[in-house]
Design a binder for this molecule. Sequence first.
Ligand code: SF4
Length: 352
Amino acid sequence: MKEFIGVIEKLSKKIQRQINLMEVCGTHTVSIFRHGIRSLIPSNIKLLSGPGCPVCVTPIEDVDRMLYISKQPDVILTTFGDMMRVPGSNGSLYKAKAEGADIRMVYSPLDALKIAENNKNKRIVFFAVGFETTSPLIAGTLFEADRKNIENFYIYSVHKLVPPALEVLVNTEELKLDGFILPGHVSTIIGSKVYEFIPLQYKKACVITGFDADDILHAIAMLLKQISDNEPKVEIQYKDAVKPDGNPKAIEFINRYFEPADSNWRGIGIIPKSGLKLKEKYAYRDAQKIFSISGIKVREPQGCKCGLVLRGVKLPTECPLFAKICTPENPVGACMVSSEGSCAAYYKYGRS
Ligand code: SF4
């Protein structure tokens, strides 16, 4: 660890200006806090947290649509635990469950498929949230559903793709980014080549890294070296897990069931081709097609700055509701719900 800190200090002195680096992975956000990384590096290196938590970037309208679907006849709605607590315009899925809707928390989409298998007279909808790490698992579940001929299983996909969001962030003038600490888990699936447009078109440094303190400090040192030498490129620090082409089998499986589609990101808006929708030949599994959802009026929580936090433009502590009205026990916005959300991480580790 000392070795990397030494290199970082030397390079930051040589560069002699503020350096803005952004991590776009919730696990990195938490790890940076847990290991006190900000206190170990010179003050001219600013670490910004981007939209790295899939629960946080799911817009309120999708939560509202899930609430609507959960109230339809013969529906069992299933999703991951964090999604249950995200406030919609009129309460969360937890609240709807308490009011009588059949909403079940699952640890895997395969658990949801099992519920479908055991409840043939019901329609089981899985609220599929996540980045490229989760989508192969959903594709695998759809394969299983067809293999076992389970007809009453549907998914509502709000899956997001990381590279298109990076392009939006790199073009966000107020961030003045110098480089990205790129996600380890997502990159095991999609590889490193998909990020090459960032140094080539935008001249920004990129390092894919792992999750412990040494990994992150090593990545920062590598980023500073690229910046100091004015040689931006994509480097892999997390070499044991990430290959340039990623995991071709997982990619092939995703592509079998899904295709890129424009997608709405909380706080960012619609990013072209940044989501995954089911291909037309699997429309019989698509909850967005099975349930006609209309007339939903979205109401954003008053005062919540999640949008600005997710773009790295504001710190959670700059939100007037932070730690006063909004806490992990009583979240106002999605960024306080998931443990990987920036507001939750700042609440747990960043209040001194
Ligand atoms: Fe939203 Fe709460 Fe974060 Fe403020 S502290 S931005 S209200 S989630």
